[in-house]
Design a protein around this ligand. Structure first.
Ligand SMILES: Cc1ncc(COP(=O)(O)O)c(C=O)c1O
Length: 374
């Protein structure tokens, strides 16, 4: 009954754990900040829906919002409003990008371990995901010689994600330079997912935007304004790519939601101290979590430089899925590393976007499971 594309992708490992969770479990599995969006954004949303902003809008997004995003991005590179597409989250930005740019038989390089959407979206566009490894001992920077070996005449694009989910890795300036050179040499598109842009705790965020003329830059308001349920993101790319992305986006979503766009516009124009406070709080939680995990025998947790995940490795004799299930039975949701690709096996991903109290309690329960296995 089902089309092959529906059977060629599996339910995401993150969702699987979430759906198997007992009531009251501490959720260290989901990647969403535990804050309310700032009050001025909530007020703007309420005002928008009460004053009739409840209709379809333009496919590419409200012109004022496209202009505000272009202005925001001008700190990185000169970007005009016709180089911006508003999307229903980075999820739709990625899906539209793949549907617009990847053809049957095209190969797309994608990180392993890497975010759960990347490979399935390549597959759904009839392309072939080709995994490149990122490793703890390299601080999760790809090895450029390995990337070079993976490029073939069919390679169309490379996906990069910094700060990264699930590893917390942040690409440094040199890695970006090398990846851009590889793309230039082989005429590849760079699809750069930078949704964790403000969440950097060591060093600073380096962008791909403006470094090369075939960059498709994907970002989102989900994390920065703590509004994962509002479903708004954006893509920046050359006008010709944006025009074609908008065409595909229309057939997928018609248009991004109007009221949340109005509210986000207020967010971009208003004070940004909410973001600074949130990132500072995550910085403190990161210290609590890494310290606590490294005290557990059998776990080794590198310091993530960005995003809000830790990605400890373990040396117990079971798969990451079996370990995550045991931890779930103890009352804590986390994600098995294998959900992020074969290179994630032997790891767990925990999100520290939860209260300090829940983090301490959750890691205490996890320590109990580890003790029982030692
Ligand atoms: C790396 C990465 N890209 C994209 C997304 C999807 O974001 P959005 O809520 O904007 O669809 C996520 C969500 O967790 C993510 O971790």
């Amino acid at each position: 009954m089902f089309a092959s594309r529906a059977t060629h992708v599996e339910l995401s490992g993150i969702r699987k754990m979430f759906e198997a969770a007992p009531p009251g479990a501490i959720n260290l599995g989901l990647g969403e900040p535990d804050f309310q969006p700032p009050a001025h954004i909530l007020d703007a949303l309420e005002h928008a829906v009460r004053t009739g902003m409840n209709k379809y809008g333009p496919t590419g997004g409200l012109p004022e919002l496209r202009a505000a995003v272009a202005e925001r991005l001008s700190k990185y590179a000169p970007v005009k409003p016709d180089q911006v597409l508003i999307t229903t989250g980075a999820t739709e930005g990625l899906a539209s990008a793949m549907q617009t740019l990847v053809d049957r038989g095209d190969e797309v390089l994608t990180p392993d371990p890497g975010f759960v959407l990347f490979a399935p979206h390549i597959t759904l566009a009839n392309g072939t995901p080709v995994f490149y490894r990122v490793r703890k001992e390299d601080e999760f920077q790809p090895r450029i010689e390995e990337l070079n070996e993976l490029v073939t005449s069919k390679t169309k694009a490379i996906i990069v994600n910094s700060p990264a989910n699930p590893t917390g890795g942040v690409l440094d300036r040199n890695a970006i330079k090398e990846i851009v050179a590889l793309a230039e040499d082989n005429d590849l598109l760079i699809i750069s997912d930078e949704v964790y842009e403000p969440f950097v705790y060591e060093g600073r965020h380096e962008t791909f935007l403006g470094r090369y003329d075939k960059v498709v830059y994907v970002n989102s308001f989900s994390k920065i304004f703590s509004m994962t349920g509002w479903r708004l993101g954006y893509v920046a790319a050359p006008p010709e790519i944006i025009k074609n992305l908008a065409k595909i986006s229309y057939y997928l979503i018609a248009c991004p939601p109007t009221p949340t766009q109005v509210a986000v516009l207020a967010g971009l124009r208003g004070p940004q101290d909410f973001v600074t406070k949130m990132v500072n709080e995550f910085g403190k939680r990161r210290e609590i979590v890494v310290d606590a995990l490294n005290r557990i025998k059998g776990l080794d947790c590198p310091w993530p430089k960005g995003a809000f995940y830790v990605f400890p490795s373990f040396d117990f004799d079971l798969t990451s899925e079996a370990l995550a299930m045991k931890i779930l039975a103890a009352g804590v949701i986390c994600t098995p590393g294998s959900a992020f690709g074969p290179g994630g096996e032997g790891h767990l991903r925990l999100s520290y976007a939860n209260s300090r109290e829940n983090l301490v309690k959750g890691i205490g329960l996890l320590a109990g499971v580890a003790e029982s296995l030692a």
